[in-house]
Ligand binder design. Structure first.
Ligand SMILES: [Zn+2]
Length: 172
């Protein structure tokens, strides 16, 4: 079994990292993948595609409900460094905080950690040739972006998010 095939299996992923001493960033990703939804502190939000289409703009729907990607540098949140919380555009669950936001120069709002690990879900994404880890809202399964292991300290992670999939709520 090659490594990519192995990575597709969520159940085996934890064992793989334990055995191989995978890099720190990827281990952190693997821990999130292994979390599961057994003890969520919130109720899942489930709506039909038609219901989401009524609530969201076409671009919000394309990115958050159909795993799209916004154009880089298109979101006003990319250069937003005010203090506050970033919530899921679909269900308003807080997903990121200004405290972990940094300038990744990628054109997408970037964070080195989520606001709480339980608020996001991470899933292996093989839609491109490269295997990536998709980041979703853990309450409504909105597609938010991807996480990579080339981020800054202290986590070494880069949560590369679509600004259109989030709302910014300013705090004092
Ligand atoms: Zn959500």
């Amino acid at each position: 079994m090659d490594r990519r095939t192995f990575l597709k299996s969520g159940m085996l992923f934890g064992a793989f990292t334990a055995l191989s001493g995978f890099s720190l960033g990827s281990t952190a990703i693997a821990e999130n993948l292994a979390d599961g939804n057994d003890k969520l502190p919130f109720k899942k939000v489930v709506k039909t595609d038609d219901e989401w289409k009524r609530i969201l703009t076409p671009e919000q729907y394309r990115v958050a409900r159909a795993s799209g990607t916004e154009e880089p540098y298109s979101s006003p949140l990319n250069k937003n460094y005010r203090q506050g919380v970033y919530t899921c555009v679909c269900c308003d669950l807080p997903v990121f905080s200004s405290k972990t936001k940094y300038n990744s120069d990628t054109g997408w709002p970037s964070f080195y950690a989520p606001i709480a690990k339980i608020n996001i879900a991470e899933k292996i994404d093989n839609s491109l040739r490269e295997t990536r880890t998709e980041v979703l809202c853990n309450r409504c399964d909105a597609h938010l972006g991807h996480v990579f292991d080339d981020g800054p300290k202290p986590t070494g992670l880069r949560y590369c998010m679509n600004g259109v999939a989030m709302k910014f709520v300013k705090t004092k």
